[in-house]
Each structure stands twice: as structure tokens, then as C-alpha cells.
Design a protein around this ligand. Structure first.
Ligand code: ARG
Length: 246
């Protein structure tokens, strides 16, 4: 009898794992996206404390295409991949740069946005133009980001690591650090919010964002890539496809 139960359990479990994550998501009725919401315009909180942004709208499109609701988990950026691997979330949409290192642990969708790092300083301080200019300076970054990696490799930089960009920028305005290094679009958004700050460098790196999923969730990866491709199609492309590509 005991053996039969064990056998039954093994069969049920293997059917479940065969069914794939998409079936699991459809059955539960929602997909969970993990993000870190101090990164405007990709993910941030509006006046009503709702998480909104470009990545949230992409998440909504994916949920809509699956016919389920979107659930958002806001957490520390360096906790996103661990949360994905331990199945607390189904995907990461967090303006996350596709890197070789991260690719060892997760799979990334096709790139959906091109980005790069810039340096933000106070207007009344010396303009720092290159990564080299950061030598001997105090620099704030978000923990676990590509900026953290880049700045930590420069010798002679005192790096302060924060979970939330709001705290990194407070530190800059209080004069406790000389610069914040982050992606260009959110840098622009923060500088617009805090007029005493300015972007002092050109774009210093070339990066591309992807949506991260677990290695084994091939079905979800394919589905997400299809949604991204469909979103990029213009009404004209759709007509061309309808009438010419058969
Ligand atoms: N693109 C950078 C990276 O992948 C920073 C992303 C930070 N994103 C966020 N939602 N806080 O490391």
C-alpha cells in the first residue's frame, strides 16, 4: 500500500513537472513578477503608492496574453535572482542587464531596451566625466547592479552600496558621497526630481535589458519572447504578415 502511494506521488509529480510553468500559472490565475521599484521610468511608485512604469506595462502584457492577473513583488535588486531560483516569483522584470554572469543562473528573454551607465553629481561640485575620475571619490550604487560591479573594480573608489536608489540619492544630496552611478534613463528621472543634481558624464557602458526566467522554464521564455515580438509589430507589419507571409 505504502509503495503504491509513493508510486502515485511520483507519477503525479512528474506529470506536474511535465505540464510546465505556464500551466501552473494559468491554474493559479496570476503570474508573479519580481522587481525593485525605485527605478523610474521602468518601475517606481506613483502618488498613490502604486507601482507603475514601462516594465510594469510589459508585465501586464505578458499576464494579459496568458489570460491571468499580474502580481508584483517589490524587493531588493540583489534578491531578485535568488527569489526567482527559489520559485518565489515567476519572472524578473527590473531593467535587468543581460550579463554572462547572470546567464549562468537564469535565462534572459530577447533584449527589450538598450541602456548604459552615467555619473550623477551635485551641480555645485566638480563634474566627474569618466570612470577614471571616480578614483579617490565616494560613490553610491545600488547593491548588485552592473554599476556596483563596474565601480567596485576601479581601484581607489570608496563604494557605498544601497538597496534603494532613494537612499543613494539622499546620500548624494547630503554630501556624504560625491556621485551616484546608475543607468541613464533613471538618472534623468532623478535629476528631474532633484534640481540640485546633474548628469556629469556621457553614457559610459553599453547594456541591454532582458526579462529573466528560471533555466527550466523554457515554455515561459518562449512565450515571453513571442509577446515581446508581437508588441514590436506595427499595425502595418501585422497587415504585411496577414497578406504576404503564408
Ligand atoms: N541595469 C542595471 C543592472 O541590471 C540596474 C538595474 C536596476 N533595476 C532596478 N529595478 N532597480 O544591474
Amino acid at each position: 500500500m505504502r509503495r503504491l502511494i509513493v508510486f502515485g506521488l511520483v507519477v503525479v509529480l512528474s506529470i506536474l513537472s511535465l505540464a510546465g510553468i505556464i500551466d501552473e500559472i494559468k491554474k493559479r490565475g496570476y503570474i508573479i513578477m519580481g522587481t525593485e521599484a525605485t527605478f523610474p521610468p521602468f518601475e517606481f511608485r506613483d502618488e498613490k503608492n502604486q507601482i507603475v512604469g514601462f516594465d510594469i506595462d510589459i508585465g501586464k502584457k505578458i499576464a494579459e496574453a496568458l489570460g491571468v492577473k499580474l502580481k508584483i513583488e517589490d524587493m531588493a535588486f540583489d534578491g531578485l535572482i535568488p527569489a526567482l531560483v527559489t520559485k518565489k516569483i515567476d519572472m524578473v522584470i527590473a531593467a535587468m542587464t543581460i550579463t554572462e554572469e547572470r546567464k549562468k543562473t537564469v535565462n534572459f528573454s530577447d533584449p527589450y531596451f538598450s541602456a548604459g551607465q552615467v555619473i550623477v553629481v551635485r551641480k555645485d561640485s566638480e563634474p566627474l566625466k569618466t570612470f577614471d575620475d571616480l578614483k579617490g571619490k565616494k560613490v553610491a550604487v545600488q547593491q548588485g547592479t552592473t554599476a556596483d560591479l563596474i565601480v567596485s573594480e576601479i581601484k581607489g573608489v570608496e563604494v557605498s552600496r544601497f538597496q534603494r536608489f532613494t537612499d543613494a540619492f539622499l546620500e548624494l544630496m547630503n554630501g556624504r558621497v560625491d556621485a551616484v552611478v546608475l543607468d541613464f534613463a533613471p538618472a534623468k528621472a532623478y535629476v528631474a526630481m532633484y534640481p540640485q543634481l546633474t548628469i556629469s558624464s556621457d553614457i559610459l557602458s553599453q547594456e541591454e535589458y532582458g526579462i529573466a526566467v528560471r533555466k527550466e522554464d523554457k515554455d515561459l521564455l518562449e512565450f515571453i519572447n513571442r509577446v515581446l515580438r508581437d508588441m514590436k509589430k506595427s499595425p502595418y507589419d501585422i497587415l504585411l504578415e496577414k497578406w504576404f507571409k503564408q
